[in-house]
Write a protein that binds this ligand. Sequence first.
Ligand SMILES: NC(=O)c1ccc[n+]([C@@H]2O[C@H](COP(=O)([O-])OP(=O)(O)OC[C@H]3O[C@@H](n4cnc5c(N)ncnc54)[C@H](O)[C@@H]3O)[C@@H](O)[C@H]2O)c1
Ligand SMILES: O=C(O)C(=O)C[C@@H](O)[C@H](O)[C@H](O)COP(=O)(O)O
Ligand SMILES: [Zn+2]
Length: 362
Amino acid sequence: MGKLSVDILNHEYNVHIGQHSYELFATEYADLLGSADRIAIIADEHVAKLHLPLLQEALQCTNREIIVKTVPTGESCKKPAVYIECQSFLLKNNFTRDSLIIAFGGGACGDLTGYVAATFMRGIRYIQCPTTILAHDSAVGGKTAINMPEGKNMVGSFHQPSAVLFQTDLFKTLPPRELRSGMAELLKHAFISDEEWTLELLSSPSFSQPSIEWLSTELLRGIAVKAKIVGEDEFEHSIRKYLNFGHTFGHSVEAACGFGGLSHGECVMIGMAYSLILSEQHGSVDEQLTNRFIDFSKTNGYLFEPIHEYSFDLFLSYMEKDKKASFGKLNFVLLDGIGRPYVKELEREQCEEAFNQLRLRA
Ligand SMILES: NC(=O)c1ccc[n+]([C@@H]2O[C@H](COP(=O)([O-])OP(=O)(O)OC[C@H]3O[C@@H](n4cnc5c(N)ncnc54)[C@H](O)[C@@H]3O)[C@@H](O)[C@H]2O)c1
Ligand SMILES: O=C(O)C(=O)C[C@@H](O)[C@H](O)[C@H](O)COP(=O)(O)O
Ligand SMILES: [Zn+2]
């Protein structure tokens, strides 16, 4: 079983990736569970249908009643109405400041549950039990949020989990599209940290058909990149912005598609292509790398339709609400070569020029 510790000041916790991670509820996490007066699972309804008995069985060691709240599947749970429903559910069930919540699902359910935990009675503990590949990113680092019609993750907080447990067998039911989505964030972790690893991923047959063993190793590698950054800059004052590579444009594609049209990872893949073009123009990235990345994306089933379907002005209207924007200026994470991210302020015309390039090349 793989294990990695996230060392954030006053919030140290472990991430476990393995076939039998949930066995740790009876050992390493027995005290944590035992110290909670009430425990609830907030579960993605689709994941609950597939896998909830497995989690419930593993939690039998607590000899406690563990109540379950299912929420709409995927991105549709990151809505204010669902958030309020969860808070009412906890209140009706007499949850207190000593209670604990377990998030069971992908990044969407994890983000929602984290935000519920962050704000219920001003903050209670929660455990992430993520079920997607993408969640190697979302379950670690404590960013929690829900969406607003105006944009992605517009309401949220930083609230670190008490533990993160991946039971890798659950990946076996992931549809190919969710696999693709998760691999995009893995590539992001590679792009912002390590040239050799990035090029390895861009030519690896395992990228589209990963074995559980390969995935476990690669996800730990991605988590290590994230944990190091978050350990140094929990609240995104500086280097944590690098984890947003591909997201300024990616989030605007998600919003334009109505949240859920394309998955988060699929949109980040488009966003990374856009950032690579911006990096050709304002940083130091070779045109050949961008072309290779676009070809790779297409060969692996990532879609670029939205950029041909919607106008630049629509994307811009969402990008202007990006959390990195400051004093009305857009800030992008660009690369001064693979592994060397930096933040650059750009003008509208520069963004439009890159958008037109992307349309021509993708
Ligand atoms: N907090 C962060 O730092 C952070 C980082 C990256 C992404 N995110 C957020 O994460 C979300 C995306 O997460 P995601 O890609 O995990 O998608 P998701 O949570 O939307 O899940 C996608 C789909 O996969 C299904 N699913 C989940 N696990 C499954 C399994 N084991 N077998 C079969 N189906 C399964 C779900 O039911 C859902 O329909 C976005 O909202 C994004 O903004 C947050
Ligand atoms: O952990 C971070 O920091 C990230 O930016 C990780 C991203 O992959 C993730 O999608 C995050 O939710 C985006 O954050 P936002 O602040 O741009 O909403
Ligand atoms: Zn992301």
